[in-house]
Structures are given as C-alpha cells and as structure tokens.
Design a protein around this ligand. Structure first.
Ligand code: ATP
Length: 289
C-alpha cells in the first residue's frame, strides 16, 4: 500500500470521524495509480479550485484519454463536480470561484482569461444531474445549438443533424412522430436522452456527465449506461457518479477523490478489486461515504 505523499504540513486530515481508517492524506498530496495516459484528450496539471477562501480542489493532475470513459467517484463534497466543471469552464459561472492550473484540450490551453468559452463549451458538452430540456419542442431542443453555432445553412441540414443526434442518443424511434411537441412532456429518462442529443448536436469532442442517472429509475438508468458505452466510440467522456456499480459498468478508468484530493486513479477493474490506496479501499468497501 503506497503512502499518498511525503508530509510537509498537515492542515487537515482526510479521515472522517467514526471510521477505522487511520490512513491520512498528507499535504501536498500526490495521486497513486495511473493518472496519465499516452494520448490525452484532456490534460490537467496542478489544478487548484477555491470558493472564496475555501480550497475545494488541491493540486489535482489527471489525463482523460481519447475515446475513454473516466468515472469520478468519492464521498459527498469531495470535489467531483467542482473538478468536472473545470473541464469546460463552468466554474466561471459561479461567483467567487477561482480555478488555477494548466488545462489543455488537444494540447491547447483552455484555462486562460482570453479563451472564448462559447466554442469551448460546444467542444466540451455537459449533461447535468437533473434533465433540463429547454421549454421548446423536441426538435428545437436539438436544433438550437447547431443553429446558433452556424452548423447548418439549410433546413434539410438541420433536419439531418436533429435526426442523427436523436438516433445516437437512442431516442429517435420514440420521438420521430412528435418532434413538434414539448421536450418537457417526455419521461425523465427520455428527457435525459434528449439532453444528451442536444449535447451531441453541436459535434462535441468531450461529454461531461454530472450524475446523469441520479434522477432516473433503474430502466432509464440502464438505457443511459448502454448509451454511454456506445457514445465512447465517438466521444471522450468524464462522468461523476455516486454509484460504484455504474462506474464499474461504464468506465475504463476510475478516479477516487477525497476532500478535494485525487487519491487514486487506476483501471476501473483494479480500483474495485484491488485498490492501491487505503482510502479507496475504505470507500469501496463501504466503510465511509
Ligand atoms: N457554489 C459553491 N460555493 C461554495 N462552496 C461550494 C460551492 N459548490 C461546492 N462547494 C464546496 O466545494 C466542495 C466540493 O463540492 P462538490 O459539489 O464539488 O463535491 P461533490 O463531490 O461533487 O459532492 P456531491 O457528491 O455531494 O455532489 C464542498 O465542500 C462544497 O461545499
């Protein structure tokens, strides 16, 4: 079992009260396992995130490879969503939130003040916990993004993008005869697939998913999980999930976060069968979290 780092100071410990884990995170932390890959689509180095004075992410470094699904797991409040939002600059929308560090998409810096976040968010799309279709028709939900990004010059092209996106999101057959009806009239699982179709419609390279199934029933969840595996052929995916079973089913690598630190990244099978760090083991065996 590796120690996470050599301590120079220890402003806080990473062990929650009432657990029998005596393995403490010492600062500055380094990550055990395999956080880096040969062909990184996204490359993050030394990421710190603050909300006001409070540091939520501590010096996190991680790669997400081409056509890879990386799952982010860890106890509530450990910083999974905060870290995910760094990848398409969604933290910019939160007042008092400050992100520092190097974030590259295909080798291009995306964490600079001069970066235009509108095209960035088309390249790095996002699907949220709660399905959030626009109050528009099913067709318009999907057509809106391509229209504002100028991806279609004629109606026939837009129709084609809408059909292809809904097909890839596994929703076309269910909605093709009701495209003019409101997206909000669909079931929760269908709404989430509509949101995935909306994200796909602007031809992103990366899709970020923040607990995309937490508001869905098991059947709708299974459908989204299948879809994630299919989408991997064309996209790179980072998913935050509270479900270890879901992480095990959909991802190739799993990243375990604890109190804003990235404790371990390894092949998903390894994380769930033979974790390298005591904190990961304590979490996956249910001793806390
Ligand atoms: N808008 C905000 N303002 C201030 N602090 C925040 C904000 N959002 C998150 N935090 C704090 O940052 C830390 C990380 O939160 P975050 O939501 O990223 O964790 P998480 O692992 O995604 O949690 P959960 O699993 O419960 O969704 C927590 O201490 C949280 O209270």
């Amino acid at each position: 079992m590796n120690s996470i780092a050599t301590a120079v100071s220890m402003p806080e410990t990473a062990v929650q009260e009432g657990t029998d884990v005596d393995h403490k995170i010492e600062y500055p932390a380094t990550t055990v396992g395999a956080p880096f890959v040969d062909k990184a689509k996204l490359r993050m180095r030394g990421i710190d995130v603050f909300y006001g004075d409070k540091q939520a992410i501590h010096n996190v470094s991680l790669d997400i490879g081409q056509h890879e699904v990386v799952a982010m797991i860890g106890p509530s409040g450990c910083g999974k969503s905060t870290f995910l939002r760094c990848l398409n600059r969604m933290n910019d929308t939160i007042e008092g939130c400050r992100v520092s560090g190097d974030i590259q998409l295909d080798g291009e810096q995306i964490n600079g003040a001069s970066v235009d976040v509108v095209p960035l968010r088309a390249r790095v799309g996002m699907v949220f916990q709660k399905p959030n279709p626009f109050p528009k028709t099913i067709y318009e939900n999907v057509a809106y993004g391509p229209r504002i990004h100028g991806l279609a010059s004629r109606r026939a092209e837009l129709d084609e993008i809408v059909e292809t996106s809904l097909t890839r999101a596994g929703l076309w057959n269910e909605v093709k005869d009701r495209l003019d009806q409101p997206g909000t009239g669909l079931s929760g699982g269908q709404q989430q697939r509509l949101c995935i179709a909306r994200a796909i419609a602007v031809s992103p390279e990366v899709i970020l998913m923040d607990e995309p199934c937490s508001a869905l029933d098991p059947i709708a969840t299974a459908r989204i999980e299948e879809l994630i595996s299919e989408l991997r052929e064309n996209f790179t995916i980072a998913i935050v999930t509270h479900s270890m079973q879901q992480a095990a089913r959909v991802s190739q690598r799993t990243a375990y976060f604890h109190l804003g630190n990235l404790v371990e990244v390894n092949d998903t099978e390894r994380v769930f069968t033979n974790p390298e760090h005591a904190l990961t083991e304590a979490y996956i065996t249910g001793r806390f979290g």
